[in-house]
Design a protein around this ligand. Structure first.
Ligand SMILES: Nc1ncnc2c1ncn2[C@@H]1O[C@H](COP(=O)(O)OP(=O)(O)OP(=O)(O)O)[C@@H](O)[C@H]1O
Length: 256
């Protein structure tokens, strides 16, 4: 089976000299549910955002379905991003828009720019958005403003917007970090069940090791911008968890 995503020799050095990622290499295969763990500042967000070029890598390649995102033109990046849904810690919804319109924003990559900016979507897109909202239990809330929802409901809208893209890959950056335990379980269940049912590959950044072990088919542990574990949840021993979280060195900063 060909990988859906390949990360080759990936480095990210921020303009202030902080080395956030250092020589990252791995491939992700269709159907995997990969969870990336690591302490605060390890580089998890930077890694996920390099995957769809929200952050520009310094060196190396990010290859999605045989296309090098890092070398793609702006137009090609837009096309590639259609198939990569993103779920954010803080939901990134447009507060003043309805739930339904937020979900329809997931169709923008496929919509004529003028129509999209005017909020004009096809009947088919609207029906599909409603179907997705039904799936996450939010159909009755479709005309509510996004800012009238609870955190857990907002994240279900975030997931729905990603699904409206009809993605092949979902990147979720700390999707439960702002939620209470009950909502966190609900959100992880939705992400896991939908990705499994729809055969969507997922890469999820999480702080909570026990949640990672529960859902992941594979765990990648990073520390100081380097992969120090890549294996199955059953291989993640207490010693390795301790290494990932406690043997922390200060972040490497290039001399300027
Ligand atoms: N824009 C930036 N400019 C400079 N340094 C940055 C920038 N963004 C992140 N960093 C640094 O890069 C390193 C990795 O940060 P990143 O946010 O990727 O880590 P993380 O594992 O996602 O952390 P958290 O779990 O706290 O979100 C950290 O040392 C961080 O301070």
């Amino acid at each position: 089976m060909n990988p859906i995503l390949q990360i080759e020799n990936l480095d990210k050095v921020y303009p202030d000299g902080t080395v956030a990622l250092s020589n990252i290499n791995f491939s992700v295969y269709p159907g995997e549910f990969v969870v990336v763990i690591g302490p605060s500042g390890a580089g998890k967000s930077t890694l996920l955002r390099c995957m769809n070029r929200l952050i520009e890598p310094t060196n190396g390649n990010v290859i999605f379905k045989d296309k090098k995102i890092n070398q793609a033109s702006a137009r090609q990046v837009k096309q590639i991003r259609r198939e990569i849904g993103m779920v954010f810690q803080n939901f990134n919804l447009i507060d003043r828009l309805t739930v339904l319109n937020n979900v329809l924003h997931g169709r923008l990559g496929y919509t004529n720019t003028i129509k999209g900016s005017l909020g004009i979507f096809s009947k088919k897109d609207i029906a599909e958005a409603e179907e997705i909202l039904d799936r996450v239990g939010l159909k009755k809330q479709k005309y509510k403003r996004a800012d009238e929802l609870s955190g857990g409901q907002m994240q279900r809208v975030g997931i729905s917007r990603a699904l409206a893209q009809r993605p092949r890959l979902i990147l979720a950056d700390e999707p439960i970090a702002s939620l209470d335990p009950a909502s966190s379980k609900n959100i992880m269940d939705h992400i896991y069940n939908i990705c499994t049912e729809d055969k969507i590959t997922a890469i999820v950044n999480l702080h909570q090791v026990e949640v990672a072990i529960k859902y992941a088919t594979r765990i990648i542990g990073i520390q100081n911008g380097e992969v120090i574990f890549d294996g199955q949840p059953s291989q993640l021993t207490d010693r390795i968890i301790d290494e990932i979280y406690h043997n922390r060195k200060p972040p490497l900063v290039h001399a300027q």
